[in-house]
Write a protein that binds this ligand. Sequence first.
Ligand SMILES: [Zn+2]
Length: 257
Amino acid sequence: MESCPLIDSHCHLDFPLFDGDRDAILQRCGELNIQHLILPGVSRFQWEHALLYSSKHRSLSAAVGLHPLFLEQHSEDDLSALDSILTTTPEIVAVGEIGLDYYPSEIDRDRQLTLFIEQLAIASRHQRPLLLHVRKAHQDVIELLRNHNHHRGIVHAFSGSLEQALQYIKEGFLIGVGGVATHLNAHKLHRTIREIPLESIALETDAPDLSPSWAKGERNSPEQLPAIAKTVADLRGETVQEIANQTTKNVGEIFRL
Ligand SMILES: [Zn+2]
């Protein structure tokens, strides 16, 4: 079967966990027709790695952002560093991953909120799309996107309700679908995947996290992307080719690849 080009819209191949076999994975991604991979930024320190690898490999693009779960790694001047790196590096495709995560009870919500709002303003100023990380905070995020006039980006590893997915779509966002969709008991997510338009879906792996059901506990890899495309195709009753063509087009348009 002729395979169609795919894009992994969220993959942490810049993490040290891949230092031993990054090039080999990229080689196999090429063979699997995974034509592009987006490396989201999580901290100022990590951006440097993402930018280094994206400058070496044509199939990689980097995003920069301050992740809401790594609050203790961020310092005051990271926001001005974010602002200036976006000015000097036009090839950075997005601001992210940024967002709100209300899942861990010990997390400082006020600090997350301040950090997120500052980064929304920076993304507006530099006209970049957003790569969002949101857990248990969808209503707050949707309201902020409306208030700040943001209409381009991806809600990565979407975990909300169908209604919330439709609200994001109305604001112009894509719904990021990855390994969680392969879990048999992910009923709420399966319904969302069936009901939303294919024009609003982005595929992702979030490697090394969120492994598919058949690789639970293992390091996840972007090489799982074709199997995720197949899962989405089966759920929607469409062909893998249709899923690959449309999601690749969706992500290419959002990031202007
Ligand atoms: Zn991530």
